[in-house]
Design a protein around this ligand. Sequence first.
Ligand code: ARG
Length: 585
Amino acid sequence: MTSLLAQLRDRVALALAAAFGDEFADTDPLVAPTNNPQFGDYQANVAMSLAKPLKQKPRDIAQQIVDRLEVDDLCTPPAIAGPGFINLTLRPEFLSEQLQACQGDPRLGIEPVKRLQRIVVDFSSPNIAKEMHVGHLRSTIIGDCLARVLEWRGHDVLRLNHVGDWGTQFGMLIAYLREAYPEALRTANALALGDLVTLYRQAKKRFDEDDTFRETARTEVVTLQSGAEDSLRAWQLLCEQSRIAFQLVYDLLDVSLNERGESFYNPMLPDVVRDLDRLGLLKTDRGAQVVFLEGFTNKEGDPLPLIVKKSDGGYNYATTDLAALCFRIQRDGADRIIYVTDAGQANHFAQVFQVARRAGWLPATVGVVHVPFGLVCGPDGKKLKTRSGDTVRLQDLLDEAIARARQDLDRRLQAEERDESEGFRNAVARAVGIGAVKYADLSQNRTSDYIFSYDKMLALQGNTAPYLLYAYVRVQGISRKGGIDFTQLADSAAIALTEATELILAKHLLQLDTAIAAVEEELLPNRLCQYLFELSQKFNQFYDRCPILQAAEPARTSRLALADLTARTLKLGLSLLGISVLERM
Ligand code: ARG
């Protein structure tokens, strides 16, 4: 089914060409949904943009378009408003037809993309032996959502976890392992290492306090990088134990990832530097091998260097990202690469992209984009910390969300005098708790910081996961109460839209494709959240105004069909956010 928006665009484009000649056939007709029903459902703003090239008044242009606009099958007669807006109002019969066409379709009328791309989404990417912190939580939640949307659109998505599993911190860690955990090393028992964050802190303490230890740590880095078997085993042990801890979080979040850490690119790093040298891009700057950047300057106005080989001979984060970029283009065949990290890394990526482009490694056909996000803040508006000032452990944060969801649930069940099993309570608490954390993150414009508040995200009212989940549950409640099997209704129910709330809901239902397309194009999950929130609101207004089970036929079936479509739209939309629905809560 062609999207509503696309159909309207095509019609206006045809009218444009008919009015002003074929050279205007490709002009963007600037059709968009209106925010105010007073201006119809959609508005075409192209007349204003043509005033200059056509040297005519926008209102006259609008009139000429409207005279040739053939939309009788879709809309009531178009109206011209203000300086030259063309207002389009959809006809109820057309809306009914469109919705009926969605009923039997599991994709709700949205076709997969015609030109599918190979897309790498680089997200989550925590660092081994360090805490997976709230920044990684955001990356995980946002990256997973983007991957889900792109996959659903039909793209071939490679989800990559670029874990920080290489680097100088390992010298310190391995040196400490040898000293404090010889037994774990000997038996290669990763679990015996316990919590790696504690281990990291202890190692760091030794490193900061003891000169000899510091020296040992330095030599250990070199030994590891030279590939000494014994050191590699210790390194593997650390990675393994980290992996176990990360996986617990991924399982809780229901996120899947392919681990391909920094170490994977290790063998390719010397070639990166050699090739930059051959291309004449490499310079020596205070002993380091660098590429001087265009458009990045220091206070004196001199170009800044991107270091690719440090003066001690080691490679760094940027070298690895250059190697990874090449690998993903040449070997993975990526058409598009999306990096999801905090906004603080914007310069890093801009610099890596620039160097890759100048080196000829980044063809114009490949899109690379950094998807930045803001901080997760505590109630004080500062970066989220525990009461003692430590970084918050993700596992703890998620467990707490689930525990609080459970408390809310128990209280509500008691008030409603409902007797539910422990299994039910746990399942609901988990879905609501995790869903709430995800939704709180995704519903913000990702570029802004947001304040993490359990109370807010778990509230049953407002733009929250529980509010959306509840709208879904309401529909399932209707089906249970009326003994209705929605699947029986699916393909055939006639939809007749008479009440205002029905029309509003119907129109909104048909805009799902626009919301999903916005996420795909702008990589902004909050666009889909906003859509689903408004859908829930519009459904609730419809539900309050229009009796469903008590209505006489044909309204009854029509309303049941509307409710079912709402539920299916919510379920699909939430699944793209990585949130699963509940049948009861
Ligand atoms: N490990 C990095 C961090 O914790 C994120 C890596 C992001 N991906 C990349 N290709 N640089 O900040």
